[in-house]
Ligand binder design. Structure first.
Ligand code: GUN
Length: 294
């Protein structure tokens, strides 16, 4: 029997737990977790993401502020907004939705965010602390993967975890989290990327396989061993004449063939995707409650 890891259900459980914790934080200490969302330009996908994040805040009883600016804004103006939010005591977490317009340096803007409010976990201070195994904000998607592994009681200690992809948002942080000496981690990690000549040589050794390569259905059943645990981070839209819309979402894993060999697998959609916002809410709560010792 293959376990289908239900990210939608796990994310819903986490949000329910956080709503209760937020209620207690407000009742006992008068603190309402607050998230500042900065949306620049009119990228439709970014608008949807930011709205979903604000809606999650509302559902959990958090405070949120969405600052929306046109793509004409200057870099200096963006940096000034970030400074303002950094100093706003009602805001515990700041998220600048990416991508930014080309004339604004993402690196400069991310560096301007107070690392103690960096609930996206993109500031190099948090990257460094993550690698060092210090308390920090981990980026939300890899944090969500770790939470799914933990809650699904997947054995990780001493197991071989393969990570496909070396992005700053997923591949690098998840690889660094999986080998930490911690519960739900302590794995032996291989990270592969575009320079790998024979991807299957590595994937076939994996007890846990994290696919974050951004290529639709590239990991196929013949590339994995029996009993593998598969975490599919990919979200790719492909043409499908049989679908009403003419397309459908698939992961980086060929679900049908890998499912037959896997012990556990995350579906797309409904796997890793819903976990990202849940972990953003988790990070915002941690910032508000002051539970990270910097
Ligand atoms: N754009 C796409 N994903 C993300 C994310 O997780 N955080 C931010 N800030 N922007 C994004």
């Amino acid at each position: 029997m293959t376990l289908i890891i239900d990210g939608k259900q796990i994310a819903s459980d986490i949000k329910q737990e956080l709503a209760e914790k937020a209620r207690i934080l407000l009742a006992e200490r008068g603190i309402r977790p607050g998230l500042g969302l900065l949306l620049i330009g009119d990228n439709p996908a970014s608008q949807v993401y930011v709205r979903s994040k604000a809606k999650a805040c509302e559902e959990l009883g958090y405070h949120s502020v969405t600052i929306t600016k046109s793509s004409e804004i200057t870099e200096k103006e963006v940096l000034d907004i970030v400074q303002g939010v950094n100093h706003d005591p009602a805001i515990h977490g700041i998220l600048v939705q990416l991508p930014l317009p080309k004339h604004i340096s993402e690196q400069k803007v991310l560096l301007a965010i107070d690392p103690r409010k960096d609930v996206d976990g993109f500031h190099p201070m948090n990257t460094g602390r993550l690698v060092a195994g210090l308390p920090c904000f981990a980026p939300c998607t890899p944090a969500g993967i770790m939470e799914m592994i933990l809650r699904s009681k997947i054995e990780t200690k001493g197991k071989h975890a393969f990570v496909g992809g070396r992005s700053t948002i997923v591949g690098k942080p998840i690889a660094n989290m999986l080998y930490q000496k911690a519960e739900g981690a302590n794995a032996i990690v291989t990270i592969a990327h575009t320079a790998a000549h024979d991807l299957a040589f590595f994937t076939r050794q994996a007890d846990i396989l994290v696919a974050a390569v951004g290529v639709p259905q590239v990991i196929t059943g013949d590339m994995v061993k029996d009993g593998v645990v598969v975490i599919d981070v990919g979200i790719n839209r492909i043409a499908d004449a049989s679908a009403k819309s003419g397309s459908r979402l698939v992961g980086d894993v060929d679900y049908a063939s890998v499912f037959l060999k896997a012990r556990a697998i995350t579906p797309v959609p409904g796997g890793v995707g819903p976990m990202t916002i849940a972990m953003l809410m988790h990070n915002t709560y941690r910032s508000a409650s002051g539970e990270i010792s910097w």
